[in-house]
Ligand binder design. Structure first.
Ligand code: TYM
Length: 333
């Protein structure tokens, strides 16, 4: 009997800082849910992170912590492939090949490249420019059908699709053309200090982000200080981006709709609402934080998971790399 192939999911996160609520509610919470139905591969993308300067000791620690966090969040390393990108050399190999099928003009149009080169004007390196090609390689290596991400990665996904289609047109069906999976209400969680900006790991204002490892007091304090408008009603509307952002977070935790939230807080002010969001977030993160502390202190377990993840990632991607190598005319031994 022919085996029905489950759809493949791929996604990744940079280990540059502790994941924040944008990463968690915008993307990672879906990674956990998708494990039930799909064949999933999730990666800590260390290669991507050195496009901006990192302190080596800190980066090493962040890679382990990010990996442990994925497991603590509920990603099961027995079920899903959980691995560190640099542990599978196929990513860098395919990235080189795909870079020869990606145009300079396409990469120049990437808004993330433009933003980051403004921010790091003294270090506009080649890696920053070809970053989206490596991302395409990550996804295409595993023949991913669906890629759960926040809206900020949509343009990179479109480029990935273009590269895949271009290659398929030249050489015949080689890559699955992936679809982004973006949940509208949490596609862009905003900074708590400036609701017009996305919550970002590189934000220098500590009040702008809540990380998934922040303790209850810190979470409560940051939500209390969250920038909102001068009104008092908890509802969406013109000029109420700050409140709408908090509603998105509250909705993600409680699985309530915007309408339900508006009803729940009718007649109550911003102070009550901010405290409720803080409480709900702190409660929902607590079990993960406890599991995280256990996992991160068990070095041998972590190392074992990383090794197995690396082997499984390599096994899952080998065939694609061989196929691509043959198609372009290399000798495959
Ligand atoms: P990264 O590490 O910046 O973010 C990880 C995930 O979190 C999402 N995200 C957000 N979602 C909602 N609101 C926000 N404020 C917010 N900030 C971040 C991101 O969209 C992402 O889904 N290039 C990627 C990592 C990557 C990748 C891949 C992703 C490398 N290869 C292949 C998918 C597939 C990145 O820097 O994500």
């Amino acid at each position: 009997m022919e085996e029905i192939r489950k759809k493949r999911i791929f996604s990744g996160i940079q280990p540059t800082n502790t994941p924040h609520l944008g990463n968690y509610f915008g993307s990672m919470i879906n990674w956990v849910k998708m494990q039930e139905e799909y064949d999933c591969a999730y990666s800590i993308v260390d290669l991507h992170s050195i496009t901006v300067r990192q302190d080596p000791a800190r980066l090493r620690r962040q890679i382990s912590e990010s990996y442990a966090l994925l497991i603590a969040m509920g990603i099961d390393p027995e079920k899903s492939i959980v691995f560190v990108q640099g542990h599978n050399p196929a990513h860098a190999q395919l990235s080189w090949i795909l870079s020869c099928y990606t145009q300079f003009g396409e990469l120049s149009r990437m808004t993330q490249f433009k933003d980051k080169s403004q921010k790091h004007a003294d270090n506009i390196n080649g890696g920053l420019f070809t970053y989206p090609v490596l991302m395409a390689a990550d996804i295409l290596l595993y023949q991913a059908d669906v890629v759960p991400v926040g809206i900020d990665q949509k343009q990179h996904l479109e480029l990935t699709r273009n590269i895949a289609e271009r290659f398929n047109n030249l050489y015949g069906e080689t890559f699955t053309v992936p679809e982004p999976y973006i949940v509208k209400s949490t596609q862009k969680i905003a900074s708590l200090a400036d609701p017009t900006k996305k919550m970002s790991k590189s934000d220098e204002n500590p009040n702008a982000t809540v990380t998934v490892l922040d303790d209850r007091d810190t979470i409560m304090r940051k939500f209390k200080r969250a920038v909102t408008d001068s009104g008092s009603e908890v509802r969406r509307g013109e000029g109420k981006e700050g409140i709408e952002n908090l509603m998105s977070v509250y909705g993600a935790v409680t699985e309530k709709t915007f309408d339900e939230i508006e009803k729940e807080f009718e007649g109550k002010g911003y102070g009550d609402f901010k405290a409720a969001v803080g409480e709900a977030v702190a409660d929902s993160l607590l079990p993960m934080q406890e599991r995280f502390r256990q996992i991160i202190s068990d070095k041998s377990y972590l190392e074992k998971c990383m090794k197995e993840g690396a082997e499984r990632a390599y096994a899952a991607s080998r065939r694609t790399l061989q196929k691509v190598s043959k198609r372009v005319g290399f000798i495959v031994l």
